[in-house]
Design a protein around this ligand. Structure first.
Ligand code: PMP
Length: 445
């Protein structure tokens, strides 16, 4: 196949693919035709085990008939309605159902829900809510947003500004007045960590450094991924998030958890908030919200943050922000069906039952060629390979191609392999992942 060769009936010319080396891909395309349960089927009819839940989305597995039925029914009942100054019951219904599983449970009070269309939109929404909140409580000088090195918060201008990936930032200007905490990745001290690594809680004190540098009265919010995924599975050191929360409290800074990948059962708890026992002020989600079936995101806000914005004069719009597709009826239908599946099949906590077997299997890869770290938490794993000095990322990319040919979809970022399979996985799937990856590592070596 090449760019001139039709696949099915389509040429490969017109679609400009995101985050892809388009010319390289189109010279040797990898195309998926269908999916069911734990597996994709490639266009040439091969079964490919989904080691990544698509892109950390499909937590309940592929092809869920209940979601299909809900989407079909909603499309034929109310396909779309204006999202501003008009409502439709299903958006209120979905928000209420989400409030029943909200991060941290009822005591955390994170039960006010703002709907978006994606993770990037959730991030920009949360950053704007943080700024609006500070102004509403008379702290309008707090306009600075703090992110973290090696953080990924989507590709909006807000997200790339607080994000810490140079390739996302180098071509584009950023929001003024952002700054970054150091990342917590430390192979020298924490290699082969099972769960939270031992060392590095003190890195949270970086926030004190930024407070001393900029003045607390200029800082609105800090955003972190509880577990960073896109930059290669970086798990917070024990006590780090607790310490960050305490520093935020001391200085009136809001804490935002970006749970776009950790939300909806990935760590064996409904949210990372529940896993770490740290309650932020805002939580961003997307992906698993609808099992990936319909693009949608949601921001959970604390009642304190929400209520502070509800005191203006009658008729005033409290937050001048939103999307045409906020609370899209079809997304809400998919989301409600997804929540029903999660509840009935216990998927928001199933990861806790499997985490031990998952961890043992992944750590059995230690010692294979070029493996310099294995790290696991919940149903996530990162396997880091030593980079070739002349070609960073090449080794992991070769493993990715080899695995795909042998029927396993993995995700690579730099020379780190990331796993986040659907939460319906069984022991046999875990064994297959380890077997195919192990062989690929030996072959590529
Ligand atoms: N935040 C995090 C933590 C993510 O992992 C992602 C996507 N991988 C995003 C935000 C952006 O989500 P989207 O691609 O839906 O805009």
């Amino acid at each position: 196949m090449n760019a001139q060769t039709p696949t099915n009936s389509a040429s490969l010319e017109n679609y400009w693919m995101p985050f892809t080396a388009n010319r390289q891909f189109k010279a040797a395309p990898r195309l998926l035709a269908s999916a069911e349960g734990m597996n994709y089927t490639s266009i040439d009819g091969r079964t490919v085990l989904d080691g990544t839940a698509g892109l950390w989305c499909v937590n309940a597995g592929h092809g869920r008939k209940r979601i299909t039925a809900a989407v079909e029914k909603q499309l034929s009942t109310l396909d779309f309605a204006p999202s501003f100054q008009m409502g439709h019951p299903i958006a209120f219904d979905f928000a209420e159902k989400l409030s029943q599983v909200s991060p941290g449970g009822p005591e955390a009070g994170l039960d006010r829900v703002f709907f978006t269309g994606s993770g990037s939109e959730s991030v920009d929404t949360a950053l704007k809510i943080a700024l609006a909140y500070q102004r509403a409580i008379g702290q309008g000088t707090r306009t600075r947003l703090i992110g973290r090195e090696r953080g990924y918060h989507g590709v909006g201008f807000g997200g790339i500004s607080v994000g810490g990936i140079v390739s996302n930032r180098r071509v584009f200007p950023q929001l003024p007045g952002t700054d970054h905490l150091r990342h917590t990745h430390d192979l020298a001290r924490n290699a082969y960590a099972k769960g939270e690594p031992e060392h590095g809680a003190e890195l949270a004190d970086d926030l004190e450094r930024l407070v001393a540098l900029h003045g607390a009265e200029t800082i609105a919010a800090v955003i972190v991924e509880p577990v960073a995924g896109s930059t290669g599975v970086l798990i917070p050191p024990k006590g780090y998030l607790q310490r960050l929360r305490a520093i935020c409290d001391r200085h009136g800074i809001l804490l935002i958890f970006d749970e776009v990948i950790t939300g909806f059962g990935r760590l064996g708890t409904p949210f990372a908030v529940d896993y770490f026992g740290v309650v932020p002020d805002l939580v961003t989600t997307a992906k698993g919200l609808t099992n990936g079936a319909i693009p949608m995101g949601a921001v959970f806000a604390s009642r304190t943050v929400h209520d502070a914005l509800m005191h203006g004069p009658d008729g005033q719009i409290e937050l001048f922000h939103g999307y045409t597709y906020s609370g899209h009826p079809v997304g809400c239908a998919a989301g409600i069906a997804t929540l029903e599946i999660y509840r009935e099949e216990g998927l928001l906590t199933r990861g806790a039952e499997l985490a031990g077997a998952w961890q043992d299997a992944m750590h059995s890869l230690r010692g294979l060629p070029h493996v310099i770290d294995v790290r696991t938490i919940g149903i996530i794993a990162g396997i880091e390979l030593a980079s070739r000095p002349d070609a960073i990322g090449k080794r992991a990319y070769d493993v990715f191609v080899d695995c795909f040919e042998k029927g396993l979809l993995i995700r690579v970022t730099g020379d780190i392999i990331a796993f986040s399979p659907p939460l319906i996985l069984e022991q046999k799937d875990i064994e297959r992942i380890v077997a195919v990856l192990g062989e690929a590592l030996k072959r590529v070596a």
